[in-house]
Design a protein around this ligand. Structure first.
Ligand SMILES: CC(C)=CCC/C(C)=C(\C)COP(=O)(O)OP(=O)(O)O
Length: 397
């Protein structure tokens, strides 16, 4: 039975204290609590909350990576709950085995901490079963990205990418039976663990979400796949795009896709005419793009280490302008910060609209940005033991 109403497992945070100053106060108190319980990771310890010029206490300038570049203006994470993250990560590792990943791969998935990502990025949900929606789908998207699109060592090959994505789309949104042609299709999907994870992840979402919520997640994924195909062509021909064209691709290949899960995980429905209203969609795109820029900033060294480097905003800016990586990093940081300011202003304007689900969703976008920054900046996938954004062995296989 689908449960799409506000429910008491998901509203604890929402109806907790709110208002100016509360997030910052909570953040400081959570740091203190995490420090007491030994749950404070080194990334958080390195966090430097600089003074904020525009005085919105829900945001701060955050030191990131090895701390040498200018800070990123980000929402403050609203919740730290490491036992909850562990619970989701344990369940996710079991599920990875059920999908056909081997023990070693499941352990690597556990180490990337998608459970922690969703604990941080969905602060209005305390229910591990609902958080698992996001953990499963983010894991499956990242697996497709690593195995099919990005990581040559894991078998990513630009020539194979479009037909692989075709099967990924079919696994997520199976067409009606087509006689004798259906069996080989189903067999091909069943024997490929990434496809199984994508299909079962969507089925799991369907246990909690409306058909419209499920399809919006599917179609956001399929737009993302178009961008992946463009990257593959650029990689194959070696004709890398200018930054503006890369950005156009990246805006449809962003964490917007993950953010389509905000209301199903929160246990409510943002009606489609509001979800797709251009003011809301643009706010969500700004949030999704801001987080992929964080991802690009923290992935520079990892991407450069690949024998066929994936496209990356910092690298495209450096190539366009013939400038150093450091200069391109500063340009990207400023661009990211402008996007977040733009998001904050749009959020403020939309606060005039009296719709409970819309207000929850907008706050969810802000929470996603804050949580995802925290996750990226403290995740071993994006740094080496010196804290620099360096390649390491934390990909999914
Ligand atoms: C979670 C999700 C929607 C994934 C889709 C693709 C995406 C936006 C990423 C995985 C992030 O980008 P990128 O491929 O650069 O990520 P990594 O640097 O490989 O983590």
């Amino acid at each position: 039975m689908k449960d799409t109403n506000l429910d008491n497992t998901s509203t604890t945070f929402l109806f907790g204290p709110t208002g100016l100053g509360t997030s910052a106060a909570r953040f400081v108190s959570e740091i203190a609590k995490a420090a007491r319980t030994d749950n404070l990771d080194s990334g958080l310890l390195q966090t430097d909350l600089a003074s904020v010029g525009d005085c919105d206490p829900a945001y701060a300038e955050r030191a990131w990576g090895d701390g040498t570049a200018s800070p990123l203006y980000c929402p403050i994470p609203e919740r730290f709950n490491e036992p909850l993250a562990d619970e989701v990560d344990d369940r996710l590792a079991d599920w990875a085995l059920e999908c056909g990943f081997d023990e070693d791969e499941a352990q690597k998935i556990r180490k990337v901490r998608f459970g922690r990502l969703v604990m941080l990025a969905h602060p209005d949900c305390d229910d591990p079963s609902r958080l698992l929606i996001g953990a499963k789908l983010n894991m499956a998207w990242w697996a497709a990205d690593d195995y099919y699109a990005d990581d040559t060592e894991l078998g990513a090959d630009p020539k194979l990418l479009p037909p692989r994505l075709l099967l990924a789309m079919t696994a997520m949104d199976p067409p009606p039976p087509a006689g004798e042609f259906t069996t080989p299709l189903e067999e091909a999907i069943a024997e490929e663990r990434v496809l199984v994870a994508l299909g079962r992840g969507i089925d799991y979402l369907g246990q909690y979400a409306t058909p419209e919520q499920v399809q919006r997640t599917c179609y956001a994924t399929f737009s993302m796949f178009v961008s992946w195909s463009a990257y593959a062509a650029w990689r194959y021909t070696g004709e890398y795009p200018p930054a503006w064209k890369y950005l156009a691709a990246r805006q449809h290949d962003s964490f917007y896709t993950s953010m389509t899960l905000i209301d199903p995980i929160g246990g409510y429905v943002l009606p489609p005419d509001i979800f797709f209203d251009s003011r809301v969609r643009h706010a969500a795109f700004l949030a999704g793009t801001a987080v992929v820029l964080v991802n690009d900033l923290l992935s520079v060294a990892k991407d450069l280490a690949d024998e066929q480097p994936p496209v990356n905003m910092v690298l495209q800016i450096a190539a366009d302008r013939g400038c150093s990586i450091e200069e391109a990093t500063e340009i990207t940081v400023k661009f990211h910060n402008d996007l977040v300011h733009d998001f904050r202003e749009r959020h403020q304007k939309l606060q005039a609209l009296p719709n409970v689900e819309l207000q929850r969703f907008l706050r969810g976008l802000r929470g996603w940005m804050g949580g995802a920054f925290e996750w990226h900046n403290s995740n071993p996938r994006y740094k080496n033991s010196n804290g620099a954004s360096q390649p390491d062995s934390q990909s999914l296989a």
